[in-house]
Design a protein around this ligand. Structure first.
Ligand code: CA
Length: 355
């Protein structure tokens, strides 16, 4: 019997107070997790798998979460709606995919020239970010949680050299979120495509260029076979936060200990994914360069400088679109400025000293 039916039968529909009694009665709580990633995709899909497994382990088997890859239950970009309406109790994706729902969502994934992974986590957990994110998703009956981070991404795969901003003109590139808006400002055409469709789109010429994640994921997709140049750094995604979406009613129906387990499992995966990327990008980069002879290039300084100035314009305009985006951006910007003052004399100074 489905949980919802059980509640109805028990005559307590609408009453969340009675639900915990069901949970402790020994019945396994079964959740579905829909994801925007191809099933078992390295890092992202496996991160979602790990999250589901952790919830099962930490709950001693009282909860069981089944993971669905993109298109298994719903298409990649319908994950938000599916969890919002309760088709699945949980989802795993990235908040910039939902800018159509709310412009402010993008700040919780990645902002061009914004926060890196360490700083995103600082802002979310201890700088007021999580509270703002929770408020934003409440209208959609969703509870968000940070559930993974890729670290600084790569700039992307191109079939022509990028020597000046002019080289981006007319370029049709897969690049999501605010980074895509910046490309548009530079005269290019941003395309939003789920990961699983990137390779064939680039191969068939439907797109001219793409970014995806970094060496670990890009190697797995074989993008080196369909593009010549691999540019860095990923100015558009300096520390992308992946998210878990939780249906508010399903969450409210859990006893307090299982609620804590779900949220803390997200926190574990949030940190663990970053550690995995940090370790695996190294070896993947080595393979790309030595085995597949990938032409690795830095974006020219002048290009980065102009992209940064366009990014400032774009981000400020998005923030001006509605009151919520403004509120989130103000908090984000304040944290970024403070983090920069500290990280310039700590992280940056150390990297420079080590180099
Ligand atoms: Ca990306």
């Amino acid at each position: 019997m489905k949980r919802r039916d059980f509640i109805k039968t028990a005559g307590v529909a609408g009453s969340l107070v009675a639900a915990p009694a069901i949970a402790v009665a020994g019945k396994t709580i079964k959740w579905k997790m829909v994801t925007t990633w191809p099933k078992n995709f390295p890092g992202l899909g496996t991160g979602a798998n790990r999250l589901a497994a952790l919830i099962g382990e930490m709950s001693g088997g009282r909860m069981k979460v089944k993971v669905y890859g993109a298109r298994e239950l719903v298409p990649a970009f319908e994950v938000f709606d599916a969890v919002s309406r309760g088709t699945a109790q949980m989802g795993h994706g990235a908040a910039y995919y939902w800018k159509g729902k709310s412009e402010a969502a993008q700040f919780f994934a990645a902002v061009p020239f914004g926060l890196n992974a360490q700083e995103m986590n600082g802002w979310l957990y201890h700088g007021g970010g999580m509270e703002l994110w929770t408020q934003l998703y409440a209208d959609f009956d969703l509870i968000p949680a940070a559930a993974g981070n890729t670290g600084v991404q790569m700039g992307g795969w191109f079939n022509k050299e990028i020597n000046s901003l002019r080289d981006l003109r007319g370029l049709k590139m897969r690049i999501p979120g605010l980074g895509g808006e910046v490309l548009k400002r530079a005269g290019g055409t941003p395309v939003s495509l789920p990961g699983g469709e990137i390779y064939t789109s680039l191969q068939s010429g439907n797109i001219d260029a793409t970014e995806w994640v970094g060496p670990y994921n890009d190697l797995a997709f074989g993008l080196y076979k369909v593009a010549k140049y691999y540019y860095y750094p990923g100015w558009h995604e300096p520390g992308t936060t992946l998210e878990a979406l939780i249906n508010r009613k399903a969450f409210a129906a859990l006893p307090a200990d299982l609620q804590s387990i779900v949220l803390n499992a997200c926190k574990v995966v949030n940190q663990d994914m970053l550690a995995e990327y940090t370790a695996r990008n190294n070896t993947a980069l080595h393979t790309l360069v030595t085995k597949h002879k990938v032409d690795l290039r830095p974006f020219p300084e002048d290009v980065l400088k102009k992209l940064r100035s366009l990014s400032d314009e774009v981000v400020a305009e998005v923030a001006a679109k509605d009151a919520r985006a403004r509120k989130v951006f103000d908090s984000f910007r304040r944290f970024r400025d403070e983090a920069r003052a500290w990280h310039d004399i700590s992280e940056l100074a150390y990297y420079q000293a080590r180099a």
